[in-house]
Design a protein around this ligand. Structure first.
Ligand code: AMP
Ligand code: ZN
Ligand code: ZN
Length: 387
């Protein structure tokens, strides 16, 4: 379907056929803020639109030029506007909006009707919390929605930044009566992110990323969790996608999905329920919900290319709100068609064996984490600790 949208004026291609209600849901447009015209005539939410339909979605809520924005739900003064949704909200309805987007991600992850939910109420979830806005907000939403969800904080040994982050996670867990696992790299594995980077000559982000991925899976498996949850948001995922496209990283593109099933033993499913929500929305959610989070950025992040990719996308988004979401969701909608039939990727995913050192899944004899640890142990004067 060809869909014309206004403010700013643009056209989007949306796969049809669908009902008007499904189309608005796909576009993230709040139904009562627009009129929908098909072939020049008004249509209601239940109308079926053919695949070749020409549709116009016209905003009807005034309040542009100068007028104070009002909540799209209750008309109270709004505290946050989202040009992408062409909407604004009061604090309470903004909280509902964020929860609804998480609900939608959990119950209808991309890939069409055949795709199962991210997880169910029977599953035991482990959410990785960094102390930042995204992961703490996500833990808050999942607890509110009634899921069985514990937290995991990984101490990376980045000085005061790490200790402040840990304290914030611990306070959140205590206030919500939730269980938090803490794994400290230094006391468990004998190194910190900075010392590991110095010892191996790798980038701090490289050492940090590999360590976190390993610990997430290790703790989830050791404690019998069904699903590992991370706070990657729309901005993170769109920037990762842009990076993967710019460098044509086929394997990474094949694995870039908000739900990654476990492909063998000692593995858990990995999910990203915030892929529909922007960084700004998550920060605002923490503010309206009174969630204390670490506002400072990791002091080691300098020179990380992810920031440049985000800046490039921000530029596009400023010119045409919704571009980031269109870029990411368009890719995810096509993902199954592009990669499902690709036997190479499927084979690579199942060709896993147990690491000779730690038993965790790997494609090589000794897993990347154990190899990194051995390289660090060869250089650092550490007391060896058992994993
Ligand atoms: P980042 O890689 O820093 O963008 O973080 C992505 C996600 O990884 C966060 O939303 C968290 O879910 C998780 N995460 C990052 N740092 C930590 C940490 N130190 N401990 C636990 N989880 C983390
Ligand atoms: Zn409201
Ligand atoms: Zn290993």
């Amino acid at each position: 379907m060809r869909v014309r949208l206004r403010n700013p004026d643009r056209t989007e291609q949306v796969p049809g056929p669908s009902t008007v209600a499904e189309l608005l849901d796909h576009l993230d447009v709040v139904p009562h803020t627009v009129l929908v015209l098909h072939a020049g005539e008004l249509v209601t939410a239940d109308r079926h639109l053919p695949d070749d339909a020409e549709v116009e979605v016209r905003p009807v809520m005034s309040g542009g030029a100068g007028a104070a924005p009002r909540c799209v739900v209750c008309r109270a003064p709004a505290v946050i506007e989202e040009p992408r949704h062409r909407a604004a909200w009061c604090p309470s309805h903004f909280g509902d909006h964020v929860q609804a987007q998480v609900r939608k991600a959990i119950d209808h992850p991309p890939g069409g009707e055949r795709t199962a939910r991210m997880f169910s109420y029977a599953d035991r979830l482990l959410v990785a919390v960094s102390g930042g806005k995204d992961s703490l907000a996500l833990w808050d939403v999942l607890l509110d929605l009634g899921y069985r969800v514990d937290g995991l904080y990984v101490g990376l040994g980045i000085g005061g930044y790490s200790s402040r982050s840990q304290a914030i996670c611990e306070r959140f867990a205590e206030a919500r009566g939730a269980r938090l696992h803490v794994v400290d790299l230094a006391s468990t594995y004998g190194y910190t992110t900075p010392s590991g980077a110095t010892a191996t000559g790798r980038s701090t982000c490289g050492v940090c990323g590999l360590s976190k991925r390993y610990v997430f899976n290790q703790v989830a498996v050791a404690h019998g969790y069904d699903v590992m949850v991370t706070g990657h948001n729309l901005d993170d995922e769109a920037a990762t996608l842009l990076g993967n496209v710019v460098r044509w990283q086929d394997d990474f593109l094949a694995r870039q999905q908000p739900v990654l099933p476990a492909t063998g033993g000692n593995q858990v499913r990995k999910v990203k329920p915030l892929y529909r929500l922007s960084e700004r929305e998550m920060a605002a959610y923490c503010v309206v919900r009174g969630i204390d989070y670490v506002v400072e950025e990791c002091p080691l992040v300098d020179g990380n290319t992810g920031q440049e990719l985000k800046a490039a996308l921000d530029l596009l988004e400023a010119g045409a709100p919704g571009t980031k979401a269109q870029f990411l969701f368009g890719f995810l909608d096509r993902h199954a068609a592009w990669f499902a039939a690709d036997e190479g990727h499927a084979a690579a995913a199942v060709d896993l064996r147990a690491c000779a050192r730690c038993g965790m899944p790997t494609t090589t004899e000794v897993c990347a984490f154990c190899r990194q640890r051995e390289r660090i142990a060869a250089v650092l004067p550490i007391v060896e600790v058992s994993a």
